[in-house]
Design a binder for this molecule. Sequence first.
Ligand SMILES: [Zn+2]
Length: 286
Amino acid sequence: MRTDEWLEQRFQTLLRRHFYDVNLVNPVDVSYGIRARRRLGSIALANGRSVIRINRLLAEQAVPVYVVDATLGHEMAHYVHGFGSTLPRRYRHAHRGSVVDIEMDNRGMQEIRLQAHIWVEENWGSFYVDECGDLSAKKQMRESHRRLCWETWMAQCNRRSIAEIEARHTVILRQLNSSNPPGYRLDWLVAGPRHTALSYYYDNEGVLRFHGLLADRRISNSVVDFEVAYWQVRRIVGADWSKIRAYMLHHGLESTLEEAISWRQRVWTVFRKRHVDEVFQIAEQC
Ligand SMILES: [Zn+2]
């Protein structure tokens, strides 16, 4: 792997060889960015500094060094033209009329540029799949495995169902004098080890998802009621906890609130760690 220091040195060498005449009117930071599918580099002006980001995949030894050089050179050509820098802008469009290529060629980078172009054309697609394709495939497999585990576990007898939670929801809404339809639906969350909350509200999807373990009847109804009430009240008074609490107390949810919060503080973390493992083990035996 090529380190940040390596990249910085490569950049300094490039400046000396091909951009020695350029007045660096504002400082330039070079670093690796995300592992993008298409874009190899970018330059942008932020707080008076030019920030050049290089696709993190170019840190791999499998990518020829001239591809890194060509990418840095491309971004520096933008800098010279006043894109992503405070230099006066020379053109209306950053790329139109091949101005970047011409700039690089005039600076003795033609061979590097063409070599890099050929390598990218011939290799980038399969290289990207080798590096990242398996990542997304693994993620998908983990997700579907998780889903299967939860479905198997949920199918065991005497689980609490979403229909039951919906019924509790209706009761709670009545108690909160909230006659408006909620405007969101209820569903289970396909929870993994990182889901530490009992419920999550997904605004963009309009769905309130409950941690699958709430299907376990050892968790009392008041815990479910509290989750349901919390999100509804939050829609009414906003995210400020003291306001949410006051609103709940005012609507007679004092014992629900106390019981739920005390349970969450004393039991939930241990309960979750122990039983989430159980969920994933059960399915493996099937
Ligand atoms: Zn460009």
